[in-house]
Design a binder for this molecule. Structure first.
Ligand SMILES: C[S@@+](CC[C@H](N)C(=O)[O-])C[C@H]1O[C@@H](n2cnc3c(N)ncnc32)[C@H](O)[C@@H]1O
Length: 342
């Protein structure tokens, strides 16, 4: 592990030590925002009440523009990362899309309307079907701001939420309880042994890496972390339906900020490009541009990955009401797999 000092991409040059150990096996560069920029300027829960002051916004945008202007060693080298967007690191290396986008305040603004009520109802319904019952230990893999983890904790589970995004974990920690903790961790680096009775990976938090080995490493880590008989729930998009109904172009507005979104299927990956029209962007500054890239894994492929990982699928649902999965109509693909008893 290395702990290098990097300038913050937002306030450009304040200099900060990455608060979490950086694992160079998975990421070429450590996280790019200092705690001040990542944790305090934005309220991730209430996009309509974005708390970033105009002065902070100007500073962030100026920092982004400055970062974009700097030459990088690998401009354009990583497929999907735009050469003119925030995707170009300030530090001479191009971070992967999932680090750039999920760490960005715009992610919280675009998806801030994700429904806590829906998460609440889903988790309460799902928990009734799980073998592990409170106070069993549950791991929420890629927990985001903890909207599912908090419900599990309120049901009495002992919950750990992990996520790569420091800003999301900072927001999640505002919800911490004695039986609910959060930790910044790359899902490919899960190393616990037989510590959890259940693991969850929810709302399309899989298929990001473009490398099958990485996806399989995630599942192997989860299997190791589960106790014998423990279950993993993966809530993934229904690729068949998503691809069939892909909306190629859309403009949407949140909290006074417009998002131009394009979607395409490229190399069996659903690629969403997001360009941001922020009225606080100083004149002449380019529009921030991000990508989301999720492999269009079919139900069969995902089942196969789980089977290969030693986690055979036992149940398969098609939506948050837990109706049976049907490829042509289901909104979601929710697989429940189980680590065999010894
Ligand atoms: C679509 S969001 C879902 C978040 C949360 N499960 C929810 O439903 O609100 C995907 C999450 O995956 C996280 N993520 C992306 N790459 C990751 C990685 N390599 N390790 C851990 N988390 C990661 C992102 O930071 C983001 O919070």
């Amino acid at each position: 592990m290395s702990k290098r000092k990097r300038p913050c991409a937002a306030c450009a040059g304040c200099g900060y030590a990455d608060p979490e150990p950086h694992d160079p096996r998975y990421e070429p560069s450590p996280r790019r925002f200092c705690a001040a920029c990542a944790g305090t300027g934005w309220d991730y829960r209430t996009p309509a009440k974005v708390r970033m002051s105009d002065a902070t916004a100007a500073r962030v945008l100026a920092g982004m523009a400055e970062a974009e202007a700097r030459p990088t060693e690998r401009d354009g080298a990583v497929a999907g990362l735009p050469a003119d967007g925030l995707g170009c690191a300030a530090v001479g290396e191009t971070p992967p899309w999932y680090r750039v986008w999920f760490d960005s305040p715009y992610y919280g603004i675009l998806y801030g309307d994700r429904d806590q009520a829906e998460a609440d109802a889903f988790i309460r319904r799902l928990a009734r079907t799980l073998r592990a019952q409170p106070p069993a230990a549950a791991l929420d893999v890629a927990c985001g701001t903890g909207r599912h983890a908090v419900v599990l904790a309120d049901l009495g589970y002992d919950v750990l939420g992990i996520d790569l995004s420091a800003p999301s974990i900072a927001a999640a920690r505002r919800r911490a309880r004695p039986n609910l903790r959060f930790q910044v961790l790359d899902m490919r680096a899960i190393e616990w042994r037989e510590r959890f009775d259940a693991a969850l990976n929810l709302f399309t938090s899989f298929g990001y890496f473009g490398a099958e080995d990485d996806e399989r490493r995630v599942l192997a880590g989860i299997r190791r972390a589960l106790r014998p008989g423990g279950e993993l729930v993966i809530d993934f998009l229904n690729a068949a339906r998503t691809v069939a109904e892909l909306v190629p172009r859309e403009r949407t507005e949140r909290g006074g900020i417009a998002f131009d979104i394009t979607r395409e299927l490229a190399d069996r990956t659903i690629v969403k490009t997001i360009e941001v029209d922020d009225p606080r962007r100083p004149a002449g500054h380019p529009r921030p541009r991000f990508q989301e890239r999720v492999r269009a894994l079919s139900a069969g492929t995902l089942r196969g990955y789980l089977q290969d990982a030693g986690l055979p699928v036992e149940r398969c649902y098609g939506d948050y009401a837990l109706n049976p999965f049907r490829p042509d109509v289901s909104d979601r693909l929710i697989l429940v797999a189980r680590k065999p008893e010894r």
